[in-house]
Structures are given as C-alpha cells and as structure tokens.
Design a protein around this ligand. Structure first.
Ligand code: 1HN
Length: 345
C-alpha cells in the first residue's frame, strides 16, 4: 500500500488558501477514515458493576428531586467515546434510572427509540402510548420512536432499570428532539396480554398488523420459560438464545437496535463470532465471564459490559449446575438495514 502525502508536505500558503475556502485535501486523511481491513473503533470493552452504580444512584435520589431531573439517570459512558458524549458504542446509549416510591417522571415523546430492562424493585410502571406496562425484574419494555411515555411508582422500595437507546445515532443524524406532554389516559388493551400466547390472537375488537409496535412489554417470566423449554427440547442446540421480535411481522422488535435473551447452560462456554455490530451484555440471573478480545469481565447479577464490533466474544457460565441468563442489545438491525452487516466468524 502506498504511503500517502501528509498535510505538512503541502506549502503553508496552499494550505491556508484551502482553509479560507472551506476546502480540505482528502489524501492526508484517507487512511484515517478508511483504515485497512478492520474499522477504527472508539468503543472500548467496558465494564460497569451494579454494586458501584447502585449507591451513587441512590445518592442521586437524595441529592436531586425528580422534578429537577425529569429522568434520574446515571449514564454508562464508554471512555473511548469521551464520557461527555454519553455513548456505550457508536449507536447505543446506556443508563441506569432510579424511580423512588411515589415519584412521577412526566410524559414526553422523542425521536430516539428506547427500551428498559428492569433491574430491581417492584410496583413501578411505565405508560407507553396509553398502555400501562408494569415493571418486574428482567422485563423488557419498549418505548419506540414518537410514543408518549411516563413512569410512575406505587410501591415502597426504589426501582431501578437499564435504559438502552439509539440516541447517539439519532443525535448524530441531527434528528434528536423531544416534546413534553400531558399525563396519559390508560387504555385497557395491552400487547403483552393480546400476544401472551404465540400463534393465538383475539379476533374481535382487535386489528392485526394495525400497529408498527404491537407488543410493548416482554415479561421476563415468559422469556425465561421460553429459554428453558428451548434448552430442554434441544439438548444439542449450541446457542440457547431468543430474539425479542415484533409478534406480527416476526422482524426485530425495533428498527435500529436488536434485543436478545441468552441462556448459558451450566458450565457452558459460548463463542459469539466477530460481527460488525457492537454489543451490550447485562446479566439477569447467575454469573458469567465475558471475554472480549484480551479483556475479561466477571459479570454478576445486574452487571453490564459492552464490546466493540468486529470482535469475538466468549460468554462462560461460572456455575457448573445452574443456568445463567444474559440480556443482549446490539446494533445489528441498523447494520443489516444499511447493508454493512458482516460476520467474520
Ligand atoms: C428518556 O426519555 C428516558 O423516558 C430515559 O425514561 C433516558 C436518555 C436520553 C434521552 C431520553 C425515559 C433517556 C431519555
């Protein structure tokens, strides 16, 4: 490969003439934007222990009333992207949100898509597009682009959840904004009830494929049961993983980020191939080691880590007699839609 000319090789007067006209020579920058074989990635393998987040989040509950925060969140920021940019990866944002008993996080809607994965606590709920979605540990609740959402809490203990948004991408596109709204009226129909049994839906007072996001709450009890059934029925299945999908189309639950639940059998070590999208791992139950390149993180319950794209990841269940359950978020719907998805094995 040719050595390309450097900026310093050009006469100062020529460089200044370019700058004055808002012009830039490509060749000194070409290798930086198109590196050979593998992309440059700012995303670093990064680990966030829940035990280190939780006390600081509870302290935020004392320091900042909900009215002063709107959403009381500590952002899990990847140092490779600069902490102030609030990115876990190129396209993913992660935050741990605290809602205290009796608090109310008012209605708004925005262009970025969000999901919440419930980490701790009972009796909180989020109302999304008029559907009241109760929060139980491990549940996945969608807040797709443009849908009104607000959070409330009727219980007596703090509730914490993990927010995953495509905010970095939508912000980069200069398409990120929000609108404040009124408290929503709750409607009786709920996707998690309507679609509770796969393959069977109501026929009266119900229109199939009428909504782009027919199901907003994916209960963990159902996901866990599905994984255990899959593992039991197919003892040789190499990877016991389910994708969270749109029950009408069978496609991804949301447009930009993908969401999955992975079961690791007792003692199982599973190599995930090097693929172009970055990934996030959040441990729901059990304990697992996550090897990302030359870095190894020991995830206990509620711990989170992220891996850059184009990197193989090995997940290892630390228990020889109990399964481990991991929530995964990734950028693969985005990569597939843009035609840049790669699996390098
Ligand atoms: C948001 O609307 C929520 O509604 C949480 O709970 C985190 C991070 C960035 C932008 C909007 C929420 C968010 C957010």
């Amino acid at each position: 490969m040719n050595e390309l000319g450097r900026l310093e090789d050009l006469p100062v007067a020529y460089r200044e003439a370019l700058t004055q006209r808002c012009l830039v020579p490509l060749w000194p920058n070409l290798r930086a934007v198109l590196p050979p074989q593998v992309p440059a990635r700012k995303t670093r393998p990064t680990f966030w222990a829940y035990s280190s987040i939780r006390p600081l989040l509870l302290q935020a509950g004392e320091l900042t009333p909900i009215e002063k925060a709107e959403r009381r969140v500590l952002v899990l920021a990847n140092p490779g992207h600069g902490l102030e940019n609030m990115q876990a990866s190129a396209a993913m944002y992660l935050g741990m949100q605290l809602l205290l008993p009796g608090e109310w996080a008012p209605a708004h809607r925005h262009t970025p898509n969000a999901v919440r994965l419930i980490v701790e606590g009972e009796s909180a709920y989020t109302t999304v597009g008029g559907e009241k979605c109760v929060m139980q540990r491990g549940d996945l609740i969608l807040t797709p682009t443009g849908q009104w959402h607000e959070h409330g809490h009727d219980g007596d203990q703090p509730v914490v959840w993990l927010d995953v948004l495509d905010l970095p991408l939508v912000y980069y596109m200069e398409a990120s904004y929000h609108i404040d709204g009124q408290r929503q009226t709750v409607k009786p129909d709920r996707g998690d009830a309507v679609y509770a049994r796969g393959g069977m839906v109501p026929t009266v007072n119900f229109e199939r494929a009428g909504k782009p996001y027919p199901m907003l709450r994916y209960p963990w009890v159902e996901a866990r049961a599905a994984l255990l059934a899959l593992a039991g029925n197919q003892p040789d299945l190499p990877s016991v993983q389910i994708a969270y999908t749109n029950p009408e189309t069978g496609g991804d639950a949301q447009n930009i980020l993908g969401f999955y639940a992975q079961m690791l059998r007792p003692g199982q070590s599973l190599r995930l191939p090097a693929r172009s999208p970055a990934m996030v791992f959040h441990l729901i139950e059990g304990g697992a080691d996550v090897q990302i390149g030359d870095q190894r993180f020991a995830l206990g319950e509620a711990d989170t880590c992220c891996a850059p794209g184009y990197t193989a990841v090995t997940l290892s269940n630390r228990s020889a007699d109990q399964p481990a359950f991991v929530f995964i978020a990734d950028e693969s719907p985005l990569h597939r839609k843009l035609g840049v998805y790669e699996n390098r094995g």
